[in-house]
Design a protein around this ligand. Structure first.
Ligand code: AMP
Length: 481
């Protein structure tokens, strides 16, 4: 198998992607992916080599990812908007053989010399004449790694979740062929979620390509523009993170704006009840909530197909086993809370080059400890009630406090820093930094912004005399929450 092969079965004349005024057909996408395969083969890229793709939500991302998968390589999607220091931290861990550069990441060429990794410009690759002898798709085993997804961990260092061809395939089936009324070839899907995140990548983009649907790309989410695209292209599948749903729910759009939408999906963080109700009351759209994570390649539970229960993330999708356990690993009684432990075909293969962290969360027989805490009711509905992991979710994106703290501590005026999550109506959670030291806060803010992706930057700084540190040296974050 090779998940890159899924597009080859569609009519080449069919429209696959829309990007502004440009439409790319399945035939053109396949030809562009073949050009990328040729370019990578010319650079002797082998199966299992690591290929980073630095792009925005643009057609070149898709031909690059399919082309790299096609030669059997492992693809690491990277956001074009990453500040250079953050990108360098990530590259130091993944050490790719090459970086494929999209239109939205042209700025990186200025730094080509210092990065120490060869750059390959995708625009140039796409403008080469097609050759008849592009290397064929390399056959892969279901367990071979397809994507390596960047996240970060408790230490703050980049952590890379490896997802196999089989994992991705399972995640795609869960929302297309595996469910009643799943994604179909006639669907028109809004591609506004970032393609470097698992939700935008697998649930939206790759699943739509697999079934032969049309994806209308939005390079950067903007409320007005998204409404224009929904109307113009008669979008039938709308997927968003909760902050996007909040914005859509608040607008007084002309009647019928959302009339074409038949599947509405929210994920990546909890969908607030008031947003769900406003979408239903104001626009007649019933938003389905899914719960999943990078390490599971797709959804574990969904509210689809069963009456909605407030604050619940629904029930387990077919093929997924979920058990809630206490601190000793013993299953809890129904109605009691416990850490969510899951097993299924989408569960990842482990973290790249980090056996210790992998062993901490993944057992030999395939059970993954999610770090989320849940409760089941007696009808099998899951409610997420807490997290054991030190994670802050801003607009659906994961922020690990340690990564932000490490950066803040690099500032000469900071003696200590502890970061916690605060509540935010717009973004769900927000990053709050507690600082010891003499740093000028405006300057510290600029320092953070130059080194961290925007959503990871603190929105508030509090200067304190002392930080809560246990005798073991461990920071007691809950004291600051
Ligand atoms: P990510 O790997 O970025 O997709 O983040 C996964 C984490 O997001 C999960 O472990 C949960 O903590 C959180 N999450 C994802 N979906 C939901 C949801 N529907 N409700 C609440 N939390 C969610």
């Amino acid at each position: 198998m090779n998940i890159a092969g899924s597009i080859e079965q569609h009519d080449p004349g069919r429209a696959a992607l829309v990007d502004g005024d440009i439409t790319v057909t399945y035939g053109e996408l396949s030809a562009n992916a073949a050009l990328v395969r040729s370019a990578l083969a010319a650079r002797s890229i082998q199966p299992d080599d690591r290929v980073a793709v630095l792009c925005g939500n643009e057609p070149l991302f898709i031909s690059a990812a399919l082309g790299a998968l096609g030669v059997g390589a492992r693809v690491i999607p990277m956001k074009a908007s990453n500040p250079l220091p953050e990108l360098e931290r990530k590259l130091a861990v993944i050490k790719p053989s090459v970086i494929l550069v999209g239109e939205d990441a042209q700025w990186i060429h200025e730094h080509g010399e210092t990065l120490g990794v060869p750059l390959l410009d995708l625009g140039r690759v796409a403008s080469t004449p097609a050759s008849a002898d592009a290397p064929p798709l390399v056959d892969r085993d279901a367990n071979d790694v397809a994507f390596m997804m960047l996240t970060s961990g408790v230490s703050g260092d980049p952590k890379v979740a490896m997802l196999s061809h089989g994992n991705l395939d399972a995640g795609q089936a869960a929302i297309s062929t595996g469910v009643e009324d799943g994604l179909k070839p006639e669907d028109v899907v809004l591609g506004a979620l970032p393609v470097a995140h698992i939700f935008g990548l697998n649930a939206v983009l790759l699943t739509a390509l697999r079934v032969g649907a049309l994806i209308v790309l939005e390079r950067r989410f903007d409320l007005e523009r998204s409404l224009g695209l929904i109307r113009q292209h008669q979008i039938t599948v709308l997927a968003g993170a909760p902050p996007m749903w909040r914005l859509w729910s608040q607008i007084e759009a002309p009647e019928g704006t959302f009339a074409s939408v038949r599947i509405a999906l929210s994920g990546a963080a909890a969908l607030p009840t008031d947003v769900y109700e406003a979408m239903l009351d104001r626009h007649g759209v019933s938003v389905e909530e899914g719960y999943g994570m990078t390490e599971t390649a797709g959804v574990l539970t969904t509210s689809r197909g069963a009456p909605m229960k407030q604050r619940s993330v629904g029930r387990a999708v077919p093929g997924i086993d979920i058990v809630l356990v206490d601190d000793d690993g013993t299953p809890v009684e129904t109605g009691d809370s416990g850490e969510i432990v899951v097993r299924g075909p989408g569960i990842f293969c482990g973290y790249y080059d980090d056996q210790e962290t992998t062993d901490h969360v993944l057992t030999d027989d395939g059970w993954f400890w999610t770090g989320d805490v849940g409760v089941f009711d007696d009808e099998g509905y899951l409610f997420i009630v807490d997290r054991v992991k030190d994670l802050i979710i801003v607009s659906g994106f994961n922020v690990y406090p340690a990564e932000v703290e490490n950066i803040l501590r690099e500032h000469p005026g900071v003696d200590g820093a502890v970061v916690v999550g605060g509540e935010s109506i717009e973004t769900g959670e927000t990053v709050i930094a507690h600082i010891c030291g003499t740093a000028d806060l405006d300057e510290l803010d600029a320092f953070a912004k130059a080194r961290l992706t925007r959503y990871k930057c603190p929105t508030e700084y509090r200067v304190v005399d002392e930080l809560p540190v246990a005798p073991t040296g461990k920071i007691i974050r809950r004291e600051l929450r």
